[in-house]
Write a protein that binds this ligand. Structure first.
Ligand code: GUN
Length: 161
């Protein structure tokens, strides 16, 4: 794959800054509506999500929906996942044989992402099922760090100030 620069990708894909950090654009919203315990949602939504040297991380947050991640270009990018039991899992998306191209994050699991040193960018597509709604989304704050002091050093740079 020829490497398009991060700036060219932002322009070509029409990306905007995401409140989590990084760049994004909604690329698909299903017309179908599903009822959830928290109200009606699109059946599925999808975005392009880009991390760059200037916007190298997506801050720790969680969503009620399942999120499917597909690496489209660049990388490697590291994902840190923290579940309710306090178990921390690390997955690297990248094109090397020991790296993954796909990551499933179940609804309710905390997630942060960061570009690995040396990478110029990582372009990931996400499918959110049921579709994305900010009402289902929570940013982590100090309370999560207080609840998991064993992960404080790793997670503190990934919590939105
Ligand atoms: N994260 C995953 N999907 C979306 C989306 O559609 N909009 C926003 N703002 N963030 C997302």
């Amino acid at each position: 794959m020829s490497e398009e620069s991060a700036a060219a990708l932002i322009a070509r894909l029409g990306l905007e800054l995401h409140p989590e950090g990084g760049w994004f654009k909604r690329i698909y919203t299903s017309d179908a509506i599903v009822e959830t315990a928290h109200g009606p949602r699109a059946r599925v939504t999808s975005i392009h999500y880009l991390l760059t040297i200037g916007e190298p991380r997506g801050c720790l947050h969680r969503n009620r929906s399942d999120i499917l991640h597909y690496l489209q270009g660049g990388g490697p990018v590291e994902y840190l996942l923290l579940d309710d039991a306090g178990e921390l899992r690390r997955t690297v998306l990248g094109s090397a044989p020991d790296q993954a191209l796909f990551l499933h994050v179940p609804g309710g699991v905390w997630k942060a992402s960061q570009l690995i040193e040396g990478a110029s960018h990582a372009l990931v597509s996400e499918a959110v099922v049921p579709g994305f709604d900010f009402a289902d989304h929570t940013f982590a704050d100090r309370r999560l760090l207080d609840a998991h002091p064993e992960h404080r050093a790793l997670l503190t740079p990934l919590v939105r100030p």
